[in-house]
Structure formats: structure tokens, C-alpha cells
Design a protein around this ligand. Structure first.
Ligand code: HEM
Length: 210
């Protein structure tokens, strides 16, 4: 009998013991989560020292105790976020995982998956494949973190990164860009945690690999 050629959208056939998430990805994911928590909480303390808007963050949910302490935490988290993120992108590009896991991405696929999700009918039958909503959310957060790092560089070394500063519309505008990107990151994390709570099996896979 002649073998039917696999459809281009069919999942690749993998050995049964292949983990859902490779070990390097799991380590990087949890290091990234740690870095994000440290950066956001210390960032809120730094913001409180000179608020942009008409509110401050309750000090119980901030990190660092005082401005100097918060800056130390923010810089420590920054190196972890930066190098871990760089390595994550490099590994994803080098292994072709970025294309396999997050593409194709289409408006039609998005609409279909979003509709199914809202009706509680989104299939999680194959944990190796992200649906279109997940693909977009993960690509979005990668881009959002890149914006956070770039605007952070402007706030940190405004004179040295003068071109970047001008591209962002000046120092004050870069502060707003940094704040908005933080708010979007926080929203992503909140939704991400709800989705993980709805499909606890995905958490086991992100810890144990399968
Ligand atoms: C402690 C809180 C967190 C938990 C419990 C968690 C859990 C998970 C789980 C279970 C997955 C797999 C999703 C699936 O298979 O459907 C995942 C993937 C992912 N998470 Fe998180 N996460 C957390 C924090 C974060 C943070 C702070 C970020 C980034 C800001 C993040 C970004 C991502 C990304 C980009 C992926 C896709 C990774 C890939 O496949 O390359 N997560 N997370």
C-alpha cells in the first residue's frame, strides 16, 4: 500500500520519550519567571520614588525596601532577564523551534481558536502544539520584553543610548513606554496564570517535561 504523504500541518512524528518541553526550555522558562517577578516588584518600588501617574504601588507588593535597594534588585534581575532571554531566542532560532511552535499564525486560526476558547471548547488534546491564541500571546510577550529592555536601556544610560532615546521620543516618553510595557507584561502574566490553572497538566509538563 502506498504511504499517504503527511499534511504540512500534521504534528511531526517524535520518539515516544521526547519531552513536551526540552530541559533547556524549562530551565530558561523558570529563570525568566523569577527575573520577571524580581524586575516588576523592584520596578514598582523605583516608580514609587518618583511616580509618573497619580498613584503609587502598595509597598507590601514591592521589592527592595527603599530606592537604593530596589535599584540593586532591578539591576540584578536585569542581567538574568537579558542573558536568559538572549539565550532563549538564540536556542529557539538555532533549533528551528521558533517556527515550529509559534508559526503559522493566521487571523483565521486566531478567530477560530478564540471562539472555541470562549465557548470552553478549545482542545488541549495535543500538549505539544500551541493554539493560535497561545502562539500570539507568547510572541507578544517576547516582543514586549524586548521593548522593556530597550526602553530600560534608555532610562539606565540615557546619554550613551541617545539614538534609542530619540527614537522613543525622549527620556520622559521612554519612561512611559517602559511603564506601559510593564503593565502589558503584568496583564500577560495574570492571564497566563489563569490559563495554566485551567489546564494544570501544562504546568506538570513545564516542570517535568511531560
Ligand atoms: C510563576 C508563574 C508562571 C507559571 C506557573 C507559568 C507556567 C507556564 C506553563 C505551564 C507553560 C506551558 C504552557 C502550555 O504548554 O500551554 C508556560 C509557557 C510559557 N510561559 Fe510561563 N509561567 C509563569 C510565568 C511566566 C512569565 C513571567 C513569563 C514571561 C513574562 C512566561 C512566559 C511564557 C512563555 C513565553 C511560554 C512559552 C514558552 C515556549 O514554549 O517557548 N511565563 N508557562
Amino acid at each position: 500500500m502506498q504511504a499517504t504523504p503527511a499534511s504540512p500541518d500534521a504534528p511531526p512524528v517524535l520518539p515516544a520519550d521526547t519531552p513536551i518541553h526540552p530541559g533547556w526550555l524549562r530551565v530558561m522558562h523558570w529563570l525568566n519567571a523569577l527575573a520577571v517577578v524580581v524586575m516588576v516588584m523592584s520596578g514598582w518600588r523605583i516608580y514609587n520614588a518618583s511616580p509618573l501617574f497619580d498613584f503609587v504601588f502598595p509597598k507590601e507588593i514591592t521589592l527592595g525596601g527603599w530606592l537604593g535597594g530596589a535599584l540593586q534588585w532591578h539591576f540584578a534581575g536585569m542581567w538574568l532577564l537579558f542573558f536568559n532571554g538572549l539565550l532563549y531566542m538564540a536556542m529557539n532560532l538555532a533549533t528551528g523551534r521558533l517556527w515550529r511552535k509559534f508559526f503559522p499564525l493566521s487571523a483565521r486560526g486566531m478567530a477560530a481558536d478564540l471562539g472555541a476558547a470562549l465557548r470552553g471548547r478549545l482542545s488541549h488534546a495535543d500538549p505539544r502544539r500551541y493554539n493560535h491564541v497561545q502562539r500570539l500571546a507568547y510572541l507578544f510577550v517576547m516582543a514586549d520584553i524586548a521593548v522593556l529592555v530597550l526602553s530600560g536601556l534608555v532610562l539606565w544610560k540615557s546619554v550613551q543610548f541617545d539614538l534609542l532615546r530619540e527614537l522613543m521620543g525622549g527620556y520622559e516618553a521612554a519612561r512611559r513606554v517602559h511603564f506601559i510595557a510593564m503593565a502589558l507584561l503584568t496583564a500577560f502574566v495574570a492571564i497566563h496564570l489563569v490559563m495554566v490553572a485551567l489546564v494544570p497538566r501544562s504546568l506538570i509538563a513545564m516542570i517535568r517535561g511531560k
